[in-house]
Design a protein around this ligand. Sequence first.
Ligand code: SF4
Length: 233
Amino acid sequence: MPTPNPAAQRIFADCAATTQEFLATFAEDRTPAGVVRAVAGIHAYADVSIAGFQAEYRAQGGPASACQAGCAYCCHGPVHLTPLETLHIVLHLASPAVSVDERTHWGERIGQQAARIDGLTVQGQIGRTIACPFLLDDCCGIYAVRPLLCRGRNAFDAAPCRAGFADPTPPQSFTLLQEQMLVGQCLVLGILTELKRHGLPDSCGDLSLTLAHALRTPDTVGRWLAGDGPLAW
Ligand code: SF4
């Protein structure tokens, strides 16, 4: 039987408590504003927690993260997100922070991407290194509202990321800050657990397929909040 990892257990417990708290508030306020409050709160927790682990690691003499603006190898593959994150991005795209031209641009890119990957397995997508529709000039176009799994991605060395991008077939060996990746994964798990607890649809969906569906469905947010549909494709 594998030995339990106390650090991982602590991350799991802290993320579970965080999602429980924010989803309990959301359950009392199932509105678009409630979605934004819950996801923004969980994102803020993720960012502070990840920054803490990075600082702790550096203080112990560990290497710095190789991730930086303009390095986007990991944005060329499938991304999955929870229904609440989907709604958060839909609300962001509809908000005054995004111009009409930008909204049209993102909508077109998401639709094109969904058509490109429709029918492909996750492995098939990885093999083609298809760029995320929000990737523009090697930067994330929705950085402030990017999914939790994107926040967890990291590497101490960009060389394997670069090699995997050039040829996705041979497996690469990555060194990364496990805690950062775990925070993203545990928060996703926590959101799904709490959605289920509150009787809401609890499946993760592919970013392009799910957003394409959400954007072409009238009143996606209102319908999902009323319990209509899984919001995951
Ligand atoms: S949402 Fe942003 S960070 Fe995530 S894969 Fe797409 S471009 Fe990269």
